[in-house]
Design a protein around this ligand. Sequence first.
Ligand SMILES: Cc1cc2nc3c(=O)[nH]c(=O)nc-3n(C[C@H](O)[C@H](O)[C@H](O)COP(=O)(O)OP(=O)(O)OC[C@H]3O[C@@H](n4cnc5c(N)ncnc54)[C@H](O)[C@@H]3O)c2cc1C
Length: 386
Amino acid sequence: MATADAVIIGGGVMGCGMLYNLATRGVTNTVLLEKDVLASGSTSKSQAILRMHYSNEVTTDLAWKSLELFKNFEDMTGMPSGYTQTGYFLIVDQENRAALRENVAMQKRIGVDTDIVTVEDVRDIAPMLATADNEAYAYEPQSGYADPYSVTTGYANAARELGAQVRSGTPVTGIDIDGDRVRAVLTADERIETDIAVIAAGPWSGPLLKSVGVDLHLQPVRHQVVMLRRPQDIVPDHPIIGDVVNDLSARPDTGNLTLVGVGEEDHSDPDTYNQGVDMPMVEKTFDALVNRMPGMSQALFRGGWSGLFTTTPDWHPVLDRIDGIDGLYCAVGFSGHGFKLSPMITQAMAEMITGEPTSVDISMLDLKRFEEGRLMKSRYSMQVLA
Ligand SMILES: Cc1cc2nc3c(=O)[nH]c(=O)nc-3n(C[C@H](O)[C@H](O)[C@H](O)COP(=O)(O)OP(=O)(O)OC[C@H]3O[C@@H](n4cnc5c(N)ncnc54)[C@H](O)[C@@H]3O)c2cc1C
């Protein structure tokens, strides 16, 4: 009979990060079950932007502390995180100017390297960006992007070296609950007896949770990433931008590419959704990007992809134990901003599971906040900025 001290369901960045953080805390008799291959869900589709700009202290703190772990990732796991520093501009219109000011003040209190900058500063730092007097800008010099595949497999390999097991191609078919506690996690071929099961199944988490009687109203939302080749002589590089005015985010990638994230389309089925990009959206995105980076009018369309955000009613995750079922945990609902938070979230979850005090107070990301009306708030309309 197979037994484990903990079973993790899902091999995205969250599942693998938790496996690693449990292992470094001495919990190594663990199994991670992945229905496909590691990082094949939302993680592989991520734009992987690491920015600190949030409206809430907890997410700002998680992002800021995670950045340090991305920087030290190779020392931790033996694999590079691919952290690439580009700087990050958040750009808002007049209507959001006060919100930007309040957010930056809060972020500075936490210690984030960020500031409000003037139009002149933007022109100095990033001359390829078009600016306007009725806009406001925040700048984070240390922000950038990382490589989700390297981070996910880095966590998994390091956990394996400490004794954890990782099984790809192994869908979980059910969780056996006996009265008020977890007994086992089931696959087609196996029953793994365990006291602890952790649901980290990304866009597939909703049905799994419903199978044990929990409805978190998770909604998979399709988000497109348009890939453009920059005209190297005109726009050799650019910082990352979160552009509320033009409703897009854009980051540079290797090979003179720019990845532009756009769109939020509800009701997507994770097994059948369109993983490509829509040409009308590509045209709209191209025009919107050219508004911000006029030199990109010479850019070439190089394809793209779509992935799924898994949203909760407030677009913030649920990191909690499931009330009434001893040993059942969930780390779900990261919408479009889980990757940048993953190092600290997976550490905090491992701390919660092993009963250690958490290094970040994540209690406001609990499950009960929806029924108790304690939803997290964003100061912006662009929900992914949360
Ligand atoms: C287009 C796009 C752009 C994004 N951009 C950013 C960004 O710039 N910055 C940022 O911070 N975040 C971004 N995100 C969000 C971030 O990528 C996600 O929040 C994060 O990757 C979620 O990781 P996860 O492990 O929870 O989910 P996933 O990566 O989806 O992993 C879940 C895994 O569970 C497996 N699974 C599901 N059901 C079962 C089952 N029954 N049995 C076994 N395995 C199962 C799946 O196969 C999958 O591999 C973006 C997301 C998308 C889609």
